[in-house]
Design a protein around this ligand. Sequence first.
Ligand SMILES: [Cu+2]
Length: 194
Amino acid sequence: MKVLSLASLLLCSSAAMAHYSLDYPPTRGESESKEIVSPCGGFNDVGARIQFPLTRGFVQVNSGHPNSKVDVNIAYGNNPSAADFTAAADKPIASLTIDVPRKACMTVDLTKSQDAVDNTNATIQIVYNDGHDILYQCSDVVLVTSAEGFDLTKCVNEKPTGPTPTVAAAAAAVSVKSAATAVVAVLMAAALAL
Ligand SMILES: [Cu+2]
């Protein structure tokens, strides 16, 4: 088992900042010290299941690291084995590269999977590569056609912070206007001198 790298510890030294969190569907459990343990971050017992829709589902994560990668896998059955997760990792149901720390909603469509039929138990696995370590979390679900228990409001995509193109364009317009005003002032001064 690999020990968490010094870089990761430094990057995540603040108590408020985790490597990442699986915000929805609910995680089986999150433990900073055991997250590197495959396949479910040290949580080997199946937890409470929530309904997960076969179409238009999503996984909501909050990435504390820049330059990280999130893969979402699904293993079918009541209590998938480590081997089941290894096989599932060959065909992730969603993948995302994160440039800046943010909340991200990853959409999941299971209609192309033959195993995903109404009323199937499954476990969703998050594989988070923070650039130094691979960190795991799992969520236990029941796949259903009509997932009334699935909370659509949990899907949140946070925009990267920084100046938006609109603000930059407005600033450029202002500086063009001041330049024009300056030119007019110079011309007027020149005209008065004549
Ligand atoms: Cu971290």
